[in-house]
Design a protein around this ligand. Structure first.
Ligand SMILES: *[C@@H]1O[C@H](CO)[C@@H](O)[C@H](O)[C@H]1NC(C)=O
Ligand SMILES: *[C@@H]1O[C@H](CO)[C@@H](O)[C@H](O)[C@H]1NC(C)=O
Ligand SMILES: *[C@@H]1O[C@H](CO)[C@@H](O)[C@H](O)[C@H]1NC(C)=O
Ligand SMILES: *[C@@H]1O[C@H](CO)[C@@H](O)[C@H](O)[C@H]1NC(C)=O
Ligand SMILES: *[C@@H]1O[C@H](CO)[C@@H](O)[C@H](O)[C@H]1NC(C)=O
Length: 437
């Protein structure tokens, strides 16, 4: 489906609400009944919610007399909205609530998430999403804690701040929790360990501080953890060893210290381990890297690592990216012949002043950028300048991989529920494209 770009530019505020009302539309446990119409009261609440966004001139009853049929509402812009929350809370069958690209002005028109009334939606609401709303400010209301059936909470790239309320850790049905790209501060709540069904945890790009709670080890189902770009500190936790299904661990750009812990080598499912830009220190040889047979990306640059590079790293068959640059690694790099051919520029080892490559390996195709031949000092600086430029490409490639990982999964639940639910979508074709509808 093609996006119509010209529509996008003409619209100031856009949003959509997705309502999934299987029970209303298809009746409950009544095999003989065909599609039944929405309750009149429910219908009116729905129209009036939308009017709250777009103004009273919008006439839902004539445009969309039967929202239970497939009649998506598109291309409607919302200029000024006031007092729409009360109508929203009368939609007691709401399953999915999503605001995308709607609240845009943190200065002139800031909006906060209301604190009351969420209990009215608690029976049915499964997904709540606020995405790309810089004008959405304030904190997460602790009253979100009543949404006991919530499976997905995505508060991505808004203007939210404050502490993450403890109540979030009590939403035990959560499978996905994404709070990335706001300015949350304070520590990661201790009770997140109670989220035993959680598959995806993304707290990246905030101002979180303090240590990782040891209770993280209780999130036994977890597949992906991203807490990168915060101010987290302290040791990496021993409890990582319980996370046997974890495929992504991204801790980059924090203040973690005190060396590589052995629990890292017990997360056998890991495919991407990204620890760069932390003052971690320690010796790489302390870990059995050979255990991590599924590793595809290993990013350990700028971590104050010292000692020799363990040869077991060069034997990881699935490895496609290895970042060891900007450390204090020493000795000769003993990579096998096939290894460099496979990784090429995606192997970074520059800016390790005491690292060198054996002369025997220095054929023209086998030179890691910025690493000098052993026992020779000349020409290093020339190579280095060139290397930085070229390795950057590899690095960006890798960043594309990791940073796209979690956000790209954001709409999967909504897309799945397309089949048997009605959508009241209001916003742009652009939104629909994102949904893959
Ligand atoms: C909306 O349309 C219906 C049917 O055409 C009409 O009866 C009703 O008066 C309209 N309402 C408004 C507010 O314009
Ligand atoms: C984020 O919050 C902290 C305080 O918690 C504040 O010092 C900082 O300026 C904020 N950053 C932005 C970009 O608003
Ligand atoms: C881990 O993954 C396996 C295979 O997908 C699955 O059978 C198992 O239930 C998962 N373990 C947990 C604790 O979720
Ligand atoms: C490397 O180690 C030396 C001392 O052995 C230290 O002075 C220097 O700061 C270290 N460099 C880095 C990048 O960690
Ligand atoms: C990274 O992704 C962006 C957008 O998908 C693309 O334009 C860019 O070329 C990619 N960078 C590399 C190095 O592949």
């Amino acid at each position: 489906m093609k996006c119509i770009k010209s529509m996008i530019t003409s619209i100031i505020y856009t949003m959509f609400i997705i309502l999934s009302m299987n029970e209303v539309c298809y009746g409950q446990e009544e095999p003989s009944s065909d599609v039944t119409p929405m309750e009149k009261q429910e219908l009116e609440a729905l129209y009036s919610t939308i009017q709250g966004f777009v103004g009273d001139s919008w006439n839902g009853s004539s445009l969309y007399p039967d929202p239970c049929g497939w009649s998506p509402i598109q291309g409607v812009s919302c200029d000024i909205f006031n007092g729409f929350w009360p109508e929203l809370f009368s939609l007691k069958y709401l399953k999915v609530l999503s605001f995308f690209n709607c609240f845009q002005s943190p200065n002139s028109l800031p909006v906060s998430i209301p604190t009351g009334n969420w209990e009215k939606l608690c029976e049915n609401l499964e997904t709540i999403e606020f995405r790309s709303n810089p004008g959405l400010i304030g904190s997460i209301p602790s009253s979100f804690g009543v949404l006991k059936n919530l499976e997905s909470m995505v508060l991505l790239e808004n203007g939210l701040s404050g502490r993450i309320p403890l109540e979030i850790g009590k939403l035990v049905k959560l499978k996905r929790l994404v709070l990335s790209g706001n300015n949350f501060s304070g520590s990661v709540p201790d009770n997140f360990g109670g989220l035993r069904d959680l598959l995806i945890l993304d707290l990246s790009r905030n101002s979180l501080s303090g240590k990782l709670p040891s209770t993280f080890g209780n999130m036994i189902s977890i597949l992906k953890i991203d807490v990168s770009h915060n101010f987290l500190e302290g040791m990496l936790i021993n409890e990582f060893s319980s996370l046997k299904n974890l495929t992504l661990l991204d801790l980059r750009n924090n203040r973690f210290c005190c060396g590589l812990v052995s629990s890292l080598q017990e997360m056998y499912s890991l495919e991407e381990l990204v620890l760069s830009n932390n003052p971690l220190g320690g010796d790489m040889r302390n870990l059995k890297w050979g255990n991590l047979k599924n590793l595809v990306i290993l990013e350990l640059s700028n971590m104050e690592l010292r000692g020799q590079i363990p040869e077991s790293l060069f034997e990881l068959k699935k490895l496609r990216f290895l970042g060891l640059n900007d450390n204090n690694l020493t000795g000769e790099i003993q990579f096998s012949k096939g290894f460099f051919g496979k990784l090429g520029r995606r192997f970074g080892a520059w800016s390790n002043p005491k690292l060198c490559v054996p002369v025997a390996l220095m054929s023209s195709n086998n030179v890691p950028f910025g690493v000098k031949p052993c026992h020779q000092q000349q020409e290093v600086h020339l190579v280095k300048a060139n290397a930085r430029k070229q390795i950057l490409n590899g690095d960006i490639n890798m960043k594309n991989n990791t940073s796209n990982f979690i956000p790209s999964m954001g709409f999967s639940t909504s897309a799945n529920s397309c089949f048997s639910s009605i959508f009241i979508i209001f916003g742009l074709l652009f939104n629909l494209c994102n949904l893959g509808v």
